[in-house]
Design a protein around this ligand. Sequence first.
Ligand SMILES: [Zn+2]
Ligand SMILES: [Zn+2]
Length: 615
Amino acid sequence: MSASPRKFILAIAVLAIFSGVARSQEAPLKSITYRLSMSRPTSHLFEVAIAVELPDQLKDKPLQLQMPKWSPGRYAVFDFAKNVQEFRANGRVTRIDDQTWSVDSAGTNTVNVSYKVFANDLSGTFSQLDERHANYNGASIFMYVVGHKPDPVKLAIQPPSGWKIVNGRMDHAGQTEWNFPNWDVMVDTSTEIAPDWTQETFEVDGKKYHVVVHSFGAEGGKRPSLVKDIEKIVRAEVAMWGPPEFNEYTFLIHYAADDRSGDGMEHLTSTQIIEPGALGEAGMYDSTLGTVSHEFFHVWNVKRLRPEELGPWDFTRPLRTRGLWVAEGFTNYYGHLMLRRAGISSDKKFLEQEAQTIRRIESAQGSKLMSAEESSLSAPFLDDAPHAQIVNLHNTAISYYPKGELIGMVMDLLVRGRTKGRTSLDDVMRRMYDEFYLNSPNSSYYLRGRGYHTEDLERVVSQVSGTDFTDFFKRYVRNVEVLPYEEAFSYVGLRLVKTPAKEPFDAGLAIEFEDRVAMIENVRNGSPAEEAGISAGDEIISLAGREVTKDWLKSMARYKPGDSIPITVKRDRRTIKTNMVLKEVERFDYQIEEKPDATTEQKAMRNAWLKGTRI
Ligand SMILES: [Zn+2]
Ligand SMILES: [Zn+2]
């Protein structure tokens, strides 16, 4: 659905109320119109034209246009201005800084700007134009007018002949023009333009869901069942949350068949999902459903119920929020759980998945150093960030996705246990959605309601469970203590079984192969490899007197803790010979198992948890 005229009036009214918020809100612009064309697809150059009609008061002021530094949903700073070229205007152009252009049009009524953007990445964050299609994430190609991000905008797209446009805000087939209440909503509307995408539609509770697929490889006849399984996921998630706040929603799915492009990106009325293979290939079907389950959960958690800093955004500096362990971590947890509730996964598979996440977090060095909140604040370094500097994040950081997933699961089970199954994290999330999204006054022009702080969740979970969660937040969210798995699982008649990892010894290094050359990928702090003076980036000449091949661990199986192993590496022009003294393994494998003395009551609570039913 695109913005109705009524929404326009609302947006303007909200603007008037919040006119003090952003600078140069003295008067909205008369109109901002974007024109997007792609006359030479093989050049990978999108052509953007922006026409800005100025009110009289602003006619003599220079107008600034700015490329965002990053895009919502992906929190590394990418500097989209890197790919802008040939910026022109009907006035004097001055480049102000890395992301900003200023146009002094000396008294004219309309400022006309044009530029090109190079785009050749198929991704939820970047954009691609080539001979097969145009697929864009708006934040990577559309500049905003500084101080006027809240103003309504129009968009007209001129596709190459024979190409059709589709996005999550279609009023009718063949549509080429849109009105958006503001720039933020325009760039939230990822768009696909190609001659040969397919579309299937189903309905759930009177809402329409479109599954748009663009395949660059064989589908193996799997598309019809994929659509049926997506419908099951939609039903499971709507059953938890209640009706979503839209009439239509679009899954934009790409099978890139390039063995590298993979992504999932949430939007208000759509999601962009990109798989690296073809639908007909092993693993792609399940991987798509996993991403669908996660991204559709974002319809509520993150796109509408959101941490305070997640919309509207300041694109001149990296994001800073403490809440991504809820926004992404809880979504990861429910993404897995909803596959079970939809009948696509099984109890066994779900519990195995969570046990693996426990292993991942509990064996990560960073778990001892970085809390869930700190991980969230580090998102600009962690979320697909490119690193020019050699960094030690492998040893110091954890991801808020798996850490938040485990906090979500444990919190869910504690709430269930402490209320004898009367309430759960499902109730907490619904209460949060009601309070902060549906029933709070709008805090900005961008969206309904207001964002929450992690303290708000602390209060709501304490209220819903009737127990005080202050200590939980202090120990497990803001600090690095190991989560109370035992208590959590015991409520549903399960236990966590911890066994030493089946590895003969610990060396503390990871090896990667570049072509056939063995390189040290990373070295764990305090490990035998570090004590032997080995560094990430070293090329291994020999290990234990042998050349290193891909099954190096197998050939090392005869060694045990205490053994001293010679290793020779090449670092720059130096050859370094040293010895590693192997240690005992301190990592563990985890399994979530049935407790032998599980009671009927506990089993009933487990059933309610996994199936999403009430006791
Ligand atoms: Zn496409
Ligand atoms: Zn996500």
